[in-house]
Design a protein around this ligand. Structure first.
Ligand code: SF4
Ligand code: SF4
Ligand code: SF4
Length: 220
């Protein structure tokens, strides 16, 4: 298994239901700067017309996760399914992982006195098959699933749509897939020009190779 999330980001209305559900489901510390999930906003103009893009975001559960590589105590680790986690009992709050993450996906939970981040709700996958943020989103932005299962809804979606990643050039092999809307020319103009747009066929071999190499380090 190799869990991932696809995001129809153009459906996001920034209602923050996902943030609320995440806090409730996972007992995340209260506070605006204590988030496992957030919505990034970019604004600009295309031929004089203003646009605004909302990018729902959370930990990318990167295959080549630098937060795991730098952790001196193995508090940050990858479990089965390619989910990046933190063991709070091993965290010494050196914050190396926070520095290493290109996505700013980690924060200090003062109640646990440890770094915290999205877990892909791994405690509820067996029972519900999805995450609290996907289950709550009123506009169906998210689709959680297994990249290794050819029949999964996420693979079926990625086979029929183009997609891109945030900050792919950071080289961490992220697993949040941003779905290119049907109006592709708009998307191309409103995302940064060095963003690469992928198809399933060009993406799959690269990720399979990385997964085969790194999955030996995944722990139960
Ligand atoms: Fe680590 Fe950041 Fe990647 Fe999450 S997004 S796995 S915290 S580097
Ligand atoms: Fe590891 Fe905690 Fe340091 Fe992050 S802050 S690198 S999880 S020990
Ligand atoms: Fe929060 Fe779970 Fe969504 Fe991660 S997958 S952002 S932990 S609700």
């Amino acid at each position: 298994m190799n869990y991932a999330m696809a995001l129809n980001y153009q459906n996001c209305i920034n209602c923050k239901a996902c943030e609320t559900a995440c806090k409730e489901e996972n007992g995340v510390q209260l506070g605006a700067d204590k988030q496992r999930i957030w919505v990034g906003i970019t604004e600009g103009t295309i031929f004089g017309k203003p646009y605004l893009n909302l990018y729902p975001s959370q930990c990318n559960h990167c295959i080549d996760a630098p937060c795991v590589s730098v952790c001196p105590t193995y508090a940050s680790h990858i479990v089965d399914g390619g989910i990046v986690k933190v063991d709070p009992s091993k965290c010494i709050l050196c914050k190396g992982c926070m520095e290493a993450c290109p996505y700013d996906a980690r924060f200090v939970d003062d109640t646990m006195v440890a770094v915290d981040k999205c877990t892909f709700c791994d405690h509820r996958i067996d029972e519900y098959g999805t995450t609290a943020c996907q289950a709550t989103c009123p506009t169906k932005v998210r689709l959680f699933g297994d990249l290794d299962d050819e029949d999964s809804d996420i693979v079926q979606l990625l086979k029929t749509k183009k997609f891109f990643f945030q900050k792919e050039s950071a080289g961490t092999l992220p697993k949040l897939f941003y779905i290119v809307p049907d109006n592709e020319s708009y998307a191309r103009q409103s995302i940064s020009h060095n963003t690469v747009i992928h198809t399933w066929d060009d993406f799959k071999p690269k990720y399979d190779a990385a997964r085969d190499k790194r999955s030996k380090e995944w722990k139960r």
